[in-house]
Design a protein around this ligand. Structure first.
Ligand code: HEC
Ligand code: HEC
Length: 390
C-alpha cells in the first residue's frame, strides 16, 4: 500500500514532515506541521502503550481538532464532546469515546458545521488517518505484548438524563443508577445528588454532592469502590477531581456516602435538559473472598477538607467556595433572602457575626435545608474569626 510504503520510508528517515502551512480560503486557520517525532507509535522511550498512543494523538488529531473544532467542541461549548480541548488528555478521552471514524466523517461533512467542516478538511483527515491507523495496529500489538488485554476502565454506569425539573429549581435531586446493568455488571445501586449551580443569579453548570453506593441485595457480598469520575454527554468531566480519593467498602443495602465531608463538586458548563450523566468507578470489585467479615463503615480516605489558616471572601464566593455552593442560590442580587446579598462583600462583612451564628445553629440553620458539614462551617468560622477579609 502506498501509505504504508511512505510511512516506512518516513520512519527510516525519522525526519520531520512539515505540511505546507496555508491559509484556507481566508477562513483564517493555518495548518500546523506534523512532526516526525511522534506521528508513529513507539515505546522506545519506556512509554506504556497508552502513553505512546496519546503521543501519536498529540501530533495528529489533536492539533487538527483544536484548530478546527474548538469553537464548539470544548467544555461549555455547544458541540457534543470536548475533543477540541487544548489539554491533550481531556481531548483524547473525549475523542476515544466518540471514535476516530465518526470524528473523521463529521470533519469532512459539509452539512455538519461549515465552513469548519467539509471537503476542505479531506486532505488533512486522510493524512492524519494514515498515521493513526498504523499507530492503532501497533497499539493493539503493544497491548498483546505487554499482556494488557485492554485499558481497564473499571465499572461505568449507563448514561441517564438529568432530572427534568433541574431547569426550574435549584434544589439538589438524586440520580440513581442500577449498576447491574453496567458493564461489567455489579449488584450495586449508585446515586449522586445533582443541582444546577447558580452563582450570583447566573447558572454556571452543575453541582454534585454525596455520591453513594449500596448493595442491591443483602446477600450480595461486599465491594471495594475507588475513584469516581463523572461523565457528561459521554465525555469525562476531568476537572471534577473531588472524588479521586474515594476508597470505600460497600457491604450493606444502606447507602454509604462515599465522599462525606468534602465540598460539593462543581462542573462549569452550559446545562441542557438533554444532558446525560454517567458515573465511572476506577475500581469496583468484590472483596468477599478476601474479606469475609467486611467492615460495615466505609474506609474513605477522602477526609474532610482541612480548614485553611486564612479564608477570604473571594474564596467563599468563587466556584466551589462555601457561599457559592451553599448560600448564593438564595442570597444573591435580585433574590436576597432576609435582605442579605452574599455576593456583596460589604453586606457579607456586616453580617459576618450573624452568618457564623446561623451556620452553626442547628435549630435555625443556614442554609435552611440543614447545618453543613463541620469542615465547611469551619471555613466560614475562620473567615469570620479573622475579621472577614475580602
Ligand atoms: C459551530 C459549532 C461546531 C463546530 C465548529 C463543530 N461542531 Fe461538531 N457538533 C456541534 C454540535 C452542536 C453537535 C451536536 C449536534 C449535532 O450533531 O449536530 C456536534 C456533534 C458532533 C459530533 C457527534 C458527537 C457524538 O458524540 O455523537 C461529531 C463527531 C462532531 N460534532 C465532530 C466535529 C468535528 C470533527 C469538528 C471540527 C472539524 C466539529 N464537529 C466542529 C457543533 C460544532
Ligand atoms: C434555600 C434558601 C437559603 C439558603 C441556601 C441560605 N439561606 Fe440564609 N436565609 C434564607 C432566608 C429565607 C432567610 C430569611 C429568614 C431567616 O432569617 O430565616 C435567610 C436569612 C439569613 C441570614 C439572616 C439575615 C438577617 O440579617 O436577618 C443569614 C445571616 C443567612 N441567611 C446566611 C446564610 C448563609 C451563610 C448561607 C449559606 C451557608 C445561607 N444563608 C443559605 C434562605 C437561605
Amino acid at each position: 500500500m502506498g501509505t504504508k510504503l511512505g510511512q516506512k520510508l518516513f520512519w527510516a528517515v525519522g525526519a520531520v514532515v512539515t505540511l505546507v502551512a496555508f491559509n484556507n480560503c481566508g477562513e483564517g486557520f493555518v495548518m500546523s506541521s506534523i512532526s516526525g517525532g511522534s506521528t508513529y507509535f513507539s515505546t522506545a522511550g519506556g512509554e506504556t502503550c497508552e502513553e505512546a498512543i496519546v503521543k501519536v494523538y498529540a501530533s495528529t488529531f489533536h492539533p487538527f481538532l483544536t484548530q478546527t473544532c474548538s469553537g464548539c467542541h470544548v467544555a461549555g461549548g455547544p458541540g457534543l464532546g470536548v475533543f477540541g480541548a487544548t489539554d491533550v488528555r481531556t481531548s483524547y478521552t473525549a475523542f476515544s469515546s466518540v471514535g476516530a471514524a465518526k470524528i473523521s466523517s463529521q470533519a469532512v461533512n459539509a452539512s455538519h458545521k461549515p465552513p469548519y467542516t467539509g471537503p476542505v478538511n479531506q486532505a488533512r483527515i486522510t493524512e492524519i488517518n494514515s498515521y493513526w491507523s498504523a499507530a492503532q495496529e501497533k497499539y493493539a500489538q503493544c497491548l498483546v505484548d505487554t499482556g494488557a488485554s485492554a485499558p481497564s476502565s473499571g465499572v461505568k454506569s449507563a448514561s441517564i438524563t438529568v432530572p427534568a425539573n433541574l431547569a426550574t429549581n435549584t434544589n439538589f435531586q438524586t440520580m440513581t443508577w442500577d449498576l447491574a446493568t453496567a458493564s461489567p455488571s455489579v449488584p450495586l445501586t449508585a446515586t449522586i445528588e445533582i443541582r444546577r449551580a447558580v452563582v450570583g443569579g447566573v447558572t454556571q453548570g452543575y453541582e454534585f454532592r454525596n455520591p453513594s453506593l449500596r448493595l442491591k441485595n443483602a446477600s450480595s457480598g461486599s465491594y471495594q469502590a475507588q475513584v469516581i469520575s463523572i461523565y457528561v454527554n459521554s465525555n469525562l468531566a476531568s476537572e471534577v477531581t473531588t472524588y479521586q480519593n474515594v476508597n470505600a467498602v460497600i457491604s450493606t443495602t444502606t447507602a454509604t456516602n462515599l465522599s462525606a465531608g468534602t465540598a460539593n463538586a462543581l462542573l462549569v458548563m452550559t446545562p441542557n435538559a438533554t444532558d446525560v450523566i454517567a458515573l465511572q468507578f476506577a475500581t469496583l470489585k468484590s472483596t468477599s473472598a478476601t474479606n469475609p467479615t467486611p467492615t460495615p463503615t466505609p474506609t474513605a480516605t477522602a477526609s474532610p477538607t482541612a480548614t485553611p489558616a486564612t479564608v477570604t471572601f473571594t474564596q467563599l464566593v468563587a466556584s466551589g467556595g462555601v457561599f457559592a455552593n451553599s448560600c448564593v442560590s438564595c442570597h444573591a442580587p435580585g433574590k436576597a433572602s432576609g435582605g442579605l446579598d452574599l455576593t456583596n462583600y460589604a453586606a457579607a462583612k456586616l453580617a459576618a457575626a450573624n452568618i457564623k451564628s446561623r451556620m452553626n445553629n442547628a435549630n435555625n440553620p443556614m442554609p435552611t435545608s440543614g447545618i453543613l458539614a463541620e469542615a465547611q462551617r469551619n471555613i466560614v468560622n475562620t473567615w469570620v474569626d479573622k475579621g472577614a477579609p475580602q
